[in-house]
Design a protein around this ligand. Structure first.
Ligand code: CP
Length: 337
């Protein structure tokens, strides 16, 4: 399956995702250190990263290619992202030139964008990323935008396969977790869709005011209809956790007060008990695993004893970022292209 774009797992059929995961496992077990010899991956980071930044570079090295990174923190001319403004401020370069220039140096481009977290409808439509997408003529990888994180989803699917977490009948709980700041919807949105597409029975559990937007829920329900899974949402944590195979914790913004930092902060100030801890696993399956995309604040979203305990698979997920992305890169620029 040659790949021109990797933006959303929903753009793929279930067997296509399964094929990518098989390829990732094959490349993990049988290295192909010349598969991308002479190929260059351009990486544009408009927001911070540890895993994505390092795993893409490691992936290219393991496949025999190279990569370069551009981010506003580097010694560049600043990067203006807004459209139609007079650039008489600090930034002396606009994304409208920077993106075509960077992509002309590579055989493929990865973009880590950002969520404005001002208007919910803008972030749901992934407006910033959509503009950048129009500037790229090469194969393009979404390395996280306002509403997508397909590389994380691919890694998480692979991780659950390796742990033999059932697809049919597997109970996946996506839980809101406490955090002092209002964080984006990309990971909860992508994770919900991934688990629904994998055929699992998915429960989103969150406090009132943090409901996932209807459009995200509807999209996941459609995926669940095709896969044989199910999707529901509740505020009842005790009931949600019963029989869970997976607790996947993620911090996200209030959707009731999206873009209103003060109202969001007020709503979350009483919610510090939404910190995953051992008692959360009392009624789950005994072998229930803890997942999180990282980075995670210890003692805030989850306790040390859960993170350091046998249930936590967060490092396994992070490692699978690299193997999954190697499969994507192979299909974009290598023998699979
Ligand atoms: N999970 C994830 O995307 O991590 P980074 O933000 O460190 O890349």
């Amino acid at each position: 399956m040659p790949l021109k774009e990797f933006n959303d797992l929903a753009d793929f059929q279930i067997p296509e995702v399964e094929a990518l995961i098989r390829l990732a496992t094959r490349l993990q077990q049988h290295p192909e250190p010349q598969a991308l010899a002479g190929k260059v991956l351009a990486l544009l980071f408009l927001s911070p990263s540890l895993r994505t930044l390092s795993s893409f570079q490691a992936a290219m090295i393991r496949l025999g290619g190279g990569s370069f990174v551009i981010s506003p923190d580097m010694s560049i001319h600043g990067l203006e992202t807004r459209s139609g403004i007079v650039m008489d401020g600090v930034a002396a370069e606009h994304l409208r030139e920077a993106i075509p220039v960077i992509s002309s140096y590579g055989d493929a481009l990865g973009i880590r964008a950002f969520a404005n977290r001002a208007k919910l409808e803008d972030d749901l439509a992934d407006r910033e990323y959509a503009v950048m997408r129009t500037l790229v003529k090469k194969p393009l990888i979404n390395m996280e935008s306002a509403i997508q994180h397909p590389c994380q989803s691919l890694a998480d699917w692979k991780t659950m396969d390796e742990l033999k977490v059932p697809r049919k009948g597997g109970k996946f709980v996506l839980s809101w977790a406490w955090h002092p700041k209002a964080l984006p919807l990309a990971v909860p949105s992508a994770t919900l869709h991934m688990a629904a597409m994998r055929g699992m029975d998915v429960t989103v559990v969150r406090p009132e005011g943090f409901e996932l937007p209807q459009a995200i829920m509807d999209k996941a329900r459609k995926a669940a209809t095709q896969s044989g899974g199910s999707v529901r949402e509740t505020a009842d944590r005790r009931e949600a956790l019963e029989g869970a195979h997976i607790i996947y914790a993620k911090e996200w913004s209030s959707t009731r007060h999206y873009g209103d930092r003060v109202a969001d902060a007020k709503l979350r100030e009483e919610l510090q008990d939404w910190r995953v801890d051992d008692p959360w696993f009392t009624t789950t399956r005994p072998d229930c695993r803890f997942m999180h995309c990282l980075p995670v604040r210890r003692g805030v979203a989850v306790t040390d004893r859960v993170l350091d305990g046998p249930r936590s698979v967060v490092v396994h997920e992070a490692e699978n970022r690299m193997w999954g992305q190697m499969a994507v890169l192979y299909q974009m620029m290598g023998p699979g292209a």
